[in-house]
Ligand binder design. Sequence first.
Ligand code: CIR
Length: 260
Amino acid sequence: MTDPTFQFTRAITRRPAASITMGLRAEDIGTPDLDGMLAAHAHYVATLKSTGAEVIELSPLDTFPDAVFVEDTTLCLPQGAVMMRPGAPSRMGEVAEMEPTIRSVYDDVHRIKGPGHIEGGDILVTGREILVGRSDRTDAAGVAELTDIVSKWGHTVREVFTPPGVLHFKTDCSLLDGETILSTKRLDDSGCFEGYCVLHVAEGEEAAANSIRFNELVLAPAGFPRTAEMLRKNGYEVVEINNTECAKLDGGMSCLSLRF
Ligand code: CIR
């Protein structure tokens, strides 16, 4: 039987636009280089495809500098999809840009209407529940509206908290299989993963926590060798992808695709 938390037949990505230099960032650590980002993005897409999945590759959207981070626009579940309502005002319009593609692949599509906000980066779907991290981008009203929608599909939502100063819940964690989570120690210390099997990223390699399990592979950001080795020792097949340019905009592996 397939496990919908990490076995996927499709993904949606969007190529980075020249306006990526204007993307949001918590701290300025340098302007992202478009060519470097395009090369890493191509490797990312090729890796998803190498597992046999179909990847719908959307065109760059110059009007929305952060549109490459498609994960924040939609929650994709086996039963249907939910269009998000980003907490970042400059990202709101990305949702309408994504909706026609989502409607072309899903029959049941809902929208977070507001007034709350919620971004896909704050949502971790595990084998037993949906964890939603309140953050600067996701508020209680957004979590409540999502809960109303997905509980009709039989899902349980648990509200948790993203550590202060961390952009999204999944900036600090990822799902390795239905029951196993890769997490920073600081997030795990909050107690939100009680009952799960948790693997910690190596100390000083916190940015490696934003990885993704996609079919037989774990896509991990390059440059975190101790975490990659730990994952391999635990039996995971790891592909390391250059994330230097996306990291300048607080982005990582999960942000770059919708997977279903
Ligand atoms: C932002 O601040 O919204 C973008 N620069 C980065 C979004 C990363 N998305 C994600 O973690 N899901």
